[in-house]
Write a protein that binds this ligand. Structure first.
Ligand SMILES: [Zn+2]
Length: 296
């Protein structure tokens, strides 16, 4: 309760044109009522959902706009400051990207119906539930792109190995911390456009472990981590037959979210994973046109 109350009293950062302060406050108030209602019972962490934001994406596809749902929330991070406010500002400044953010699993499921791309950073137990995981898989099966950021690349949900298998290719169970170098290993890849050949960053250094045979394509990796002496994947693609998935292990706090290289990779990743769905749409449109012409 205390935790929820402190979260929802934080200033809401608005990201979508047309969504007013009232809507955000209404969403927060709903969260209070919800938490108060449930507070009497002993609830598991998974059942105690995080507050809704009230932010919404345009309900219908818009030409030239990637409707991007940012979903964060959970432990060990200031999701509001970095994965909401900072990343939202980065994506909006890039142009052609409309965003909404939520840390509430039910609101996330509802907004996924209006999203072209999901940027997923959450580690809260409520996102390990079948309700969210089924919606996430259906979203990806439909060809919609997924960008996994930092905390969501961890092994967060013991009972959901399928999440780590499909969306991460593995996961992290520990991390180093401090300054390290990130090497751009595939500068020709669209996700790495405009990213220096190497750059220094102060961040958590996730010790990524890929599952045996995981279909990953590493785009950037770190310098050797001080304690383990190993280099780790920093940015990678998980090849999926139905959609595009990019992981960015960076992103603990301001030193990452304020880093121009991180910002470039985030924007590039959103645009690249969005292309799969639009390719599918234009292929369908093309075949429809051919059929129409044939009949005419
Ligand atoms: Zn972190």
């Amino acid at each position: 309760m205390t935790d929820d109350a402190s979260r929802i009293t934080r200033r809401k950062v608005l990201s979508v044109g047309g969504v007013g302060v009232a809507a955000a406050i209404a969403g927060a108030a709903t969260g209070v009522a919800h938490a108060a209602h449930l507070g009497a019972a002993l609830l598991t962490d998974a059942e105690q959902a995080l507050p809704a934001s009230g932010e919404t994406l345009p309900a219908k596809p818009q030409a030239g706009t990637i409707r991007t749902l940012l979903v964060g929330g959970g432990s060990s991070h200031d999701f509001e400051t970095y994965f909401h406010a900072a990343d939202n500002a980065t994506l909006n400044a890039a142009g052609g990207i409309a965003t909404a953010y939520t840390s509430n699993a039910d609101e996330a499921v509802a907004q996924l119906a209006h999203a072209d791309v999901l940027v997923f950073s959450a580690n809260h137990a409520s996102f390990g539930t079948p309700a969210f995981q089924n919606a996430l898989n259906a979203f990806a099966d439909a060809g919609h792109g997924v960008v996994v950021c930092h905390a969501a690349a961890w092994f967060n949900w013991q009972n959901v190995p399928a999440y780590n298998q499909r969306f991460v290719g593995g996961g992290a169970r520990s991390h180093g911390r401090g300054e390290f170098t990130v090497f751009n290993r595939q500068p020709a890849h669209a996700v790495m456009h405009g990213v220096p050949a190497e750059f220094k960053i102060i961040d958590e250094q996730y010790r990524m472990e890929f599952n045996p045979g995981a279909p990953v394509d590493v785009l950037a990796e770190t310098s050797p981590e001080a304690e383990s002496g190993k280099a780790y994947a920093s940015v990678w693609v998980v090849n999926d037959p139905k959609t595009r998935i990019v992981n960015i292990a960076l992103g603990h706090a301001n030193e990452a979210h304020g880093n121009p290289a991180y910002q470039a990779m985030l924007v590039n990743a959103v645009r690249w994973v969005a292309a799969k769905a639009s390719e599918t749409r234009s292929l369908h449109a093309e075949s429809w046109r051919k059929v129409s012409i044939h009949h005419v």
